[in-house]
Design a protein around this ligand. Structure first.
Ligand SMILES: C[S@@+](CC[C@H](N)C(=O)[O-])C[C@H]1O[C@@H](n2cnc3c(N)ncnc32)[C@H](O)[C@@H]1O
Length: 282
C-alpha cells in the first residue's frame, strides 16, 4: 500500500460517522470509539458556535447528509439503479437506501481508502455482508489508473449500459483545487461514457462570511489541526462553481443553497449555510 493510500482525513470520517449514529442516520454498530471521543471534544465548540453564530458544524452536517439523501432518493425514483459513493467513510446511507428500496434492482458500491473500508467491512452484520446489492471496495481518488483507481473500480463493479450516480460527501475540500479539479476531469471522462450519469457532492466555498467571523476561521483551523493539512475553500460562490463544472464538460450543473430547501428551513437558525450541494449531470 502506497503512503497516499492512507490519510489523516479518515479521522474526520469517524467523527461524521458518530454524528450519523447520534441522529439515527446510521446503525450503532457503525459508530467507533474514536468517533465518540472526537464528537465529545467538539461539543463545547458546537455549543459556543450555536450561541454566537446561530448554527454549528453538527447541524450543517445533518442538513448536508439529509439533503443529499433526498437527492439520492429522487435519482433512484427516476430510475437510477447504480450508485458509487466515493469516500463513503462510516456513512449509513448505502444501508438506508438498500433498506428503503428492497424491490429495486439497486447496486450500491461504497468505496474509500483501504483502512476505512477494512474497518467498515469488519463491522457490517452478516446479513449486510451477504447482501449482493452492496459492494465495498478500496479506492484512492489520487490514483489515475490500476488498482484502486476510479476506472478500475468502475470496470469491476458497474454496468456501462445503465445510468450511474457518483457521490462524494465531505471529500473535495481536503484537496487543493488543482488536485481535486484534475480528479473531476477524470470523473467527467468516465461518466461521459454512460447513457446518463450524475455527480452529486458538496463543496465549501470561500463565502464573504469568513471575513466577518473569527469563530468560523477558528473552526477551519481546528479541522486543519485534526487532519494535519490545509482545508482549502474552493470558489467564491455559486456562479464560479457552475462555471467550473460547465468548463469541465458537464452540460447541466445545479447548485443548491441548503438555506433555500425544506431540510435547511427545518434547522431554522441556519440562514448562513457554509456549503453548497451540487449535482452535475452529463
Ligand atoms: C469527512 S470523511 C466523510 C465520510 C463520509 N462521506 C461521511 O460523510 O460520513 C472523508 C472521507 O474521505 C476519505 N478519503 C480521504 N482521502 C481519500 C482519497 N484519496 N481517496 C478516497 N477517499 C479518501 C477518508 O477516508 C474519509 O472516509
Amino acid at each position: 500500500m502506497a503512503k497516499t493510500d492512507s490519510s489523516p482525513v479518515s479521522l474526520t470520517g469517524h467523527f461524521t460517522g458518530q454524528v450519523w449514529c447520534r441522529h439515527d442516520l446510521s446503525p450503532p454498530h457503525l459508530g467507533s470509539g474514536l468517533g465518540r471521543v472526537l464528537y465529545r471534544a467538539q461539543q463545547p465548540f458546537g455549543w459556543i458556535s450555536q450561541q454566537i453564530y446561530g448554527s454549528n458544524l453538527e447541524s450543517m452536517l445533518l442538513v448536508r447528509h439529509q439533503l443529499m439523501d433526498d437527492l439520492v432518493r429522487a435519482d433512484i425514483e427516476n430510475g437510477t439503479t447504480q450508485i458509487l459513493e466515493i469516500a463513503s467513510g462510516l456513512s449509513g446511507r448505502a444501508l438506508r437506501m438498500l433498506e428503503a428500496y428492497p424491490d429495486r434492482d439497486l447496486r450500491y458500491i461504497e468505496a474509500d481508502l483501504p483502512q476505512m473500508m477494512a474497518w467498515k467491512r469488519e463491522r457490517l452484520t452478516p446479513a449486510q455482508k451477504q447482501d449482493k446489492r452492496l459492494t465495498l471496495c478500496d479506492i484512492n481518488i489520487l490514483r489515475e489508473s490500476g488498482a484502486m483507481s476510479l476506472p478500475s473500480v468502475l470496470a469491476a463493479n458497474v454496468d456501462p449500459a445503465k445510468p450511474l450516480l457518483i457521490i462524494t460527501e465531505g471529500l473535495v475540500n481536503y484537496f487543493r483545487l488543482p488536485v481535486i479539479h484534475e480528479f473531476w476531469q477524470r470523473l467527467h471522462a468516465e461518466l461521459s461514457t454512460f447513457p446518463s450519469s450524475s455527480y452529486l457532492f458538496e463543496i465549501w466555498p470561500r463565502l464573504p462570511v469568513y471575513d466577518e467571523s473569527k469563530m468560523l476561521k477558528l473552526g477551519l483551523v481546528a479541522i486543519e489541526m485534526l487532519t494535519r493539512q490545509r482545508v482549502p475553500l474552493h470558489f467564491t460562490g455559486e456562479p464560479e462553481i457552475v462555471e467550473a463544472f460547465e468548463a469541465i464538460g458537464f452540460p447541466q450543473v445545479d447548485v443548491i443553497n441548503p438555506d433555500h430547501t425544506e431540510i435547511g428551513r427545518q434547522f431554522g437558525a441556519l440562514q448562513k449555510c457554509l456549503f453548497r450541494v451540487v449535482r452535475a449531470s452529463t
